[in-house]
Design a protein around this ligand. Sequence first.
Ligand code: ATP
Length: 271
Amino acid sequence: MNRAIKVCGLKKSYGGHTVLNGLDFQIEKGEIFALLGVNGAGKTTSLECIEGLRKYDGGTIIVNGKMGIQLQSSSLPAHIKPMEAVKLFAKWNREKIDYTMLDALGMKEIKKKQYIQLSTGQKRRLHLALALIGNPDIIFLDEPTAGLDVEGRLSLHEQIQKLKSRGKTIVLASHDMAEVETLCDRIAILNHGNIVFCGTASELTDKVRKKYFIHIKTQQGDSTFETDNIEDTLITLLGELKQKEISVLDIKVDRGTLEQHFMEIARRKAE
Ligand SMILES: Nc1ncnc2c1ncn2[C@@H]1O[C@H](COP(=O)(O)OP(=O)(O)OP(=O)(O)O)[C@@H](O)[C@H]1O
């Protein structure tokens, strides 16, 4: 069985307000899977239903493995030290402490500090360490890098990649397109209570935008051309430039950013 999670027809309303309108998706073992959506799209609600922390109104959720959970916001007593928290969590879970994992998350560097003295990045690393106690198979991270600087984000990405290389399944909610593009194997986009896209970043690009953008820099300035047929357009453009004896300094071809594709899909009105 290669499936870590299967969600079928997941429904959730708060009062009369429908937030999840029958979600269907599945997450394979060993992949990094991202839930994306604008603020209020229902990412946290979906994660917390799967985690068993929130009741849902309909549908089925099958989770195939032990879960480790890092919530969007969590707190610890102000004066507790990181290792005290780790020992407490290990005791509650009746698990041994994995000191190699703690070292990899930089717990040594902060062991003398109290919780209240930790930076946002250090708190996030501690909460990730707590989520990993018990060696879970599936790790849920709700906006894991929110509020982190570039270095903190890269270091956390490295830890997440290491978890994947150890065969863990990672499910995360994120707003950060660069993060999702570099880190995640597959993405599901939530919009108006439905999954409007589920696949890889390049499949998202294919779905939204078939066009290519050719950016040409010449002695006379920069120009961008949009085309469906990259080969013909490039040949024509280069031929024209050669005929006019204009030297080309640089050429770049792209298909727009993942952020543009995400916004196009995430903001589409319900069909
Ligand atoms: N306990 C609650 N009671 C009532 N409404 C709620 C509750 N929790 C969430 N909501 C509403 O459900 C919707 C989805 O919220 P949720 O937190 O799941 O979205 P999200 O995609 O995680 O948002 P964000 O990106 O801002 O974290 C929002 O409209 C929110 O106001």
